[in-house]
Design a protein around this ligand. Structure first.
Ligand code: FPP
Length: 254
């Protein structure tokens, strides 16, 4: 069995985190690539390139500390409205990332997954994704779940559609539907609850991400642009999470 290989540069931060009270599933809206680049007079695509470096850093940081699942919002169903050159640039970067990083993910025992309307992505991207998912499928460390051509609303609609098919096929009756049953039809059905949502770049919105899943998620916002977001910022978010009192609508902190 592979073990997670802790980065020696993890530093003192990792020691200050209570490993018994970690969020099981952290989701991140990786925002600010464009502004990070523009603030330095660089083209937006350089920001996305730098954003990939942060993806690598934060995947390692999450795996090192023992987070079970990390969901990254990489491309939304609304992002198709961006200039074609930026979309092509993003897809090319994604393919490069998969090709170059799959071995490193494997060494780190990270299991890659994707969610979203993958069948609408360019064929080459679909092919690279399938290959990388297959190569890392047996890994038992962090689940790195990349949201691609994803939106919370689209995922709910797709879940409703799958549920309707099952009702039509007689596999489930309408009066048997409850929250747990419905959740089973979402893309995140086999992942732990999203305990912590991080958004970078100072924006304070959800942007159609994980709408069902974040009902009781703790939110941590930072003005730091995604390309500048590093291990220390990530661990700060975990430390802050551990100070929160989660009551889930009740009066007692759990
Ligand atoms: C938001 O910044 C970022 C995106 C829409 C793309 C995120 C993609 C990556 C980090 C690279 C690919 C990811 C993986 C998982 C390999 P923005 O462009 O909206 O920035 P802005 O708000 O400053 O314009």
């Amino acid at each position: 069995m592979k073990t997670n290989n802790v980065d020696p540069s993890a530093g003192a931060w990792i020691e200050t985190i209570d490993k018994s009270r970690l969020p099981e599933h952290v989701a991140i809206i990786m925002d600010g690539n464009g502004r990070w680049a523009q603030s330095q007079g660089l083209p937006r695509i350089i920001g996305h390139q730098a954003g990939i470096k942060s993806v690598k850093k934060i995947t390692r940081a999450a795996n090192d500390i023992g987070i079970k699942a990390l969901t990254l919002y990489a491309f939304s169903t609304e992002n198709w409205s961006r200039p074609e050159t930026e979309i092509t640039g993003l897809m090319t970067l994604l393919c490069k990332f998969l090709k170059i990083e799959v071995e490193s993910l494997n060494k780190q025992n990270v299991q890659l997954r994707v969610m979203g309307r993958i069948h609408q992505l360019p064929e080459l991207v679909q092919k690279e994704l399938a290959l990388s998912i297959e190569k890392t499928a047996m890994n038992s460390g962090l689940i790195l779940n990349i949201a691609l051509n994803y939106s919370g609303r689209a995922d709910i609609i797709d879940a409703v559609s799958r549920l309707a098919v099952d009702i039509h096929a007689g596999k489930i009756q309408a009066n048997e539907i409850n929250e747990a049953v419905f959740q089973g039809y979402l893309s995140t059905s086999d992942l732990p609850e999203v305990d912590l949502l991080i958004r970078t770049s100072g924006e304070m919105r959800i942007s159609n991400f994980l709408l069902w899943e974040i009902a009781y998620t703790e939110i941590w916002l930072t003005p730091v642009y995604w390309p500048a977001f590093n291990r220390e910022h990530f661990y700060q978010a975990l430390i802050d999470y551990q100070k929160r009192k989660r009551r889930f609508g009740g009066t007692v902190a759990l």
